[in-house]
Design a protein around this ligand. Structure first.
Ligand code: NAP
Length: 502
């Protein structure tokens, strides 16, 4: 038996070695392609996915139980991400070109130094189960890698293999149409932890992108640490996304807030990393009214099928463990008549003292569940926030009066997460230049980066300085004449002008 297991491990490693050799070969060609050519490639992938929309949507729905409308929207988001990165690299200024011109009269003479961002090399992307398009084969991680000029190896998520394969076929068509090196994009469909490990530890791998569980993300970080040459693993893991409901807004808007949050908690059967899992407030009539209205809304929600049986099993287990914790009270649940793979939405509450004495309350229960924390006063509310680990989002539901009355607590909320929201629900992540979808550990492994929006590209690049190069040796981004017309920092001044000759 042990021999069979070892043989399987060796096969996975041998296959992965071939994949990574191809990825490096492709990278060394692809990195020389102009931004215009890389952009055309991304746009062609988007076109080819669009052509398959009618096939992709029902297929993904069958594999993930997600509704057709949501999947249609997710395809649009995915093609939008691809064209967004194409536009970014066509414009070109993202490379952060900076030029410090020489000064021969200085003592000692100052050399000419020019800097820009360059791609790191082959990147491994792990597809996510909860976004079969937008965070899977041709999702945001992949789009940002390809835009940067690196090749990508995608570890397809085992929960939607046919969807991933069909999306990959669209990418292969785009490769053929645009003359991109064949192995610039590769797809690994081996559903074993060994294949994932072999990808992370392979010496040609220069970076890893991941969205999923804390255990999965942590395992990949550990593999990376075992390497002779370490690499970054950008893992987006669990988050319970605390939202504070301040007293003045609760006294005026309890019912509207309850409707807004019932929708957010149960959106996509709660299978969003930005799901609001913790609702904090100070004991008051307003908070009571909010919780009772929230309960009424939650009871109306029909049980719905989760992404796959494993996730549903984890949800049910996580929920029953949570319900065993001392001090927890069920506020409301949708229905107890759920079929296989269906999740019952549930909101519970606990007083702050019990919350503060039991770390288990801060565990993520991935699904349509949220816990309300009832605090005695602002000091206890702040204490609860201080007890939390890093988060993707931190929500402030407040009027201007609340903002003035609770400055100190709100300031603390800023330290918790990558995105701080005022009077919005955290679900729904806009894809744009200013978005931060990241946050302090354990929400992600590196709070300096985002996995959504144009700056997600910064995960796959490194700066390089070129000293005293002849103009002809320089990449277009750094040439004197600025042939690409990009914004550059020349002698500490931002400009699109050419470098002035001395
Ligand atoms: P997951 O178990 O973390 O798996 C995601 C990917 O990572 C899969 O491709 C899996 O590969 C790989 N992987 C996991 N552990 C690994 C290990 N030890 N070594 C190598 N590869 C490993 O996530 P999931 O399947 O999507 O869902 C499971 C749970 O993750 C959910 O119940 C939920 O709690 C959480 N989740 C969180 C988010 C979020 O955004 N925070 C999103 C989705 C899921 P193989 O299985 O193919 O080996």
């Amino acid at each position: 038996m042990q021999q069979t297991l070892n043989a399987e491990k060796n096969t996975a490693a041998a296959n992965i070695d071939g994949v990574m050799q191809n990825a490096l070969y492709a990278f060394n060609q692809y990195k020389k392609f102009s931004s215009a050519k890389r952009a055309a490639f991304l746009e062609t992938i988007a076109d080819e996915i669009e052509k398959l929309r009618e096939q992709l949507v029902p297929l993904a729905s069958e594999e993930t139980n997600l509704p057709l409308a949501r999947l249609n929207g997710e395809i649009s988001r995915t093609t939008g991400q691809l064209t967004m990165f194409a536009a970014l690299i066509k414009e070109g200024s993202w490379v952060e070109a900076s030029i410090d011109t020489a000064d021969a009269n200085r003592t000692p003479p100052k050399p000419d130094i020019r800097k820009m961002l360059v791609p790191v090399g082959p990147v491994v992307v792990f597809g996510a189960s909860n976004f079969p398009f937008a965070f899977s084969t041709a999702g945001g991680d992949t789009a940002s890698v390809l835009a940067s000029g690196s090749s990508v190896v995608i570890k397809a998520h085992p929960a939607h293999p046919e969807t991933s394969a069909l999306v990959f076929s669209a990418m292969q068509k785009a490769i053929a149409k645009t003359g991109i090196p064949q192995h610039t994009v590769q797809h690994v469909t081996d559903t074993s932890n060994d294949a994932g490990k072999a990808l992370v530890i392979h010496p040609h791998t220069k970076g890893v992108g991941f969205t999923g569980s804390f255990a999965g993300g942590k395992a990949l970080v550990e593999y990376a640490r075992q390497r002779e040459i370490p690499i970054p693993v950008f893992a987006e893991m669990g988050s319970i996304n605390p939202v504070v409901f301040y007293p003045d807004t609760l006294s005026k808007n309890a019912e509207a807030l309850a409707a807004q949050y019932a929708a957010s908690i149960t959106l996509g059967v709660g299978q969003f990393c930005t799901n609001p899992g913790l609702l904090l407030g100070i004991k008051s009539k307003g908070f009571d009214n909010f919780l009772s209205a929230l309960g009424k809304e939650i009871t109306k929600v029909q049980p719905q099928k989760m992404l796959h049986s494993g996730i549903c099993f984890s949800y049910k287990n996580g929920l029953s463990e949570m319900l065993e914790q001392q001090g927890l009270q069920v506020v409301a649940q949708s229905s107890t008549d759920a079929n296989d793979n269906e999740a019952v939405a549930l909101v519970a509450s606990v007083d702050a003292k019990a919350f503060l004495s039991n770390k288990h309350f801060t565990e993520e229960v991935f699904g349509p569940y949220s816990l309300a924390i009832i605090c005695d006063d602002a000091a206890q509310l702040k204490q609860c926030l201080q007890s939390l680990n890093g988060q993707l989002t931190s929500g402030i539901m407040a009027t201007e009066k609340d903002v003035a009355d609770y400055t100190d607590v709100i300031e603390w909320q800023h330290t918790l997460a990558g995105r701080i929201l005022l009077n919005n629900a955290p679900t729904g992540v806009e894809v744009c230049a200013s978005m931060v979808h990241g946050g302090p550990y354990p929400a992600t492994t590196d709070a300096r980066f985002t996995s959504v929006g144009t700056t997600a590209i910064k995960r796959w690049v490194r700066p390089i300085a070129l000293q005293n190069f002849f103009d002809a040796m320089l990449p277009d981004e750094l040439k004197n004449d600025n042939p690409l017309g990009i914004l550059r920092l020349i002698d500490n001044v931002y400009t699109r002008d050419a470098v002035r000759k001395a």
